[in-house]
Design a protein around this ligand. Structure first.
Ligand SMILES: C[S@@+](CC[C@H](N)C(=O)[O-])C[C@H]1O[C@@H](n2cnc3c(N)ncnc32)[C@H](O)[C@@H]1O
Length: 234
């Protein structure tokens, strides 16, 4: 095929602008167009803010709406539209960069784009550039080993509470992202699984207003920030 561009899914890391790979910086600088997901409520994109020192002022930035709803049809329609927009740029021969926070393969909007591109433009040339995840940044910030020796690590979402922690045996360490709601149930599950002795929450790791919360029970008394994760070990 002639004049077909390439899509890069680029992880910009957790917030500290120095925690971005050299490869990501090069690809961002060379981009013909930048895409990123933005809430339907506003057009702010933290991923764009983190990458902004490397984005040329002449590079267009398209913020794609990502409806935060349980209405599957609405979400599907939005992502098909978004993927079509990206496919259009690739058909114009452009280097398109889709920016994501942390790592693009970890609880990321880039996952939806990959799936939809596979249906809409299966021949598309796509490269994923990894990023530093929030939980790696948090363990580094705390000088805390995430997992070692023969141990296991469970990476899970806390969005629906602590059941994922309750139902797993033989895991010594957990990293819980989206620990901003159902914190009471998460705490309960950590206790039940014997993971409550060595646990810590980190909010906005590497960013302004970063918080390290050693006693995670205190999180129950205030609404934790969306950008909160928990690291816990036996
Ligand atoms: C949709 S997930 C995105 C994960 C991201 N792709 C990654 O690689 O870490 C969003 C969750 O990641 C966690 N998160 C992302 N950035 C964070 C930060 N700077 N500090 C603490 N938690 C963060 C929070 O738990 C948040 O609810």
């Amino acid at each position: 095929m002639e004049n077909v561009g390439k899509l890069f899914g680029v992880g910009v890391g957790p917030g500290d602008p120095e925690l971005i790979t050299v490869k990501a910086v090069r690809v961002i600088k060379e981009a013909d167009i930048i895409f990123t997901a933005a809430s339907t409520k506003n057009t702010y994109s933290l991923a764009v803010e983190i990458a902004s020192p490397y984005i040329s002022p002449s590079t267009p930035i398209e913020k794609m709406s990502f409806p935060m709803t349980k209405n599957v049809k609405e979400v599907e329609t939005a992502w098909v539209q978004n993927a079509k927009q990206i496919a259009k740029s690739l058909n114009q021969g452009k280097k398109a960069v889709f920016l994501t926070l942390g790592d693009p393969t970890t609880y990321s909007t880039f996952g939806y784009i990959l799936k939809k591109m596979d249906c809409i433009m299966p021949e598309a040339d796509i490269e994923t550039i990894p990023g530093i995840t929030s939980f790696h940044a948090a363990s580094a910030r705390l000088n805390r080993i995430l997992v070692e020796g023969e141990e296991s690590l469970l990476v899970t979402s806390g969005a629906f509470g602590g059941d994922r922690i309750r139902n797993v045996d033989g895991v010594e360490n957990v990293a819980i992202v989206k620990a901003y709601k159902n914190i009471k149930d998460i705490n309960k599950a950590l206790k039940e699984a014997g993971l409550d002795k060595k646990c810590v929450a980190v909010s906005k790791c590497g960013r302004k207003n970063e918080q390290i919360i050693e006693n995670i029970e205190t999180l129950e008394k205030r609404a934790p920030d969306y950008w909160t994760l928990i690291l816990a070990s036996k």
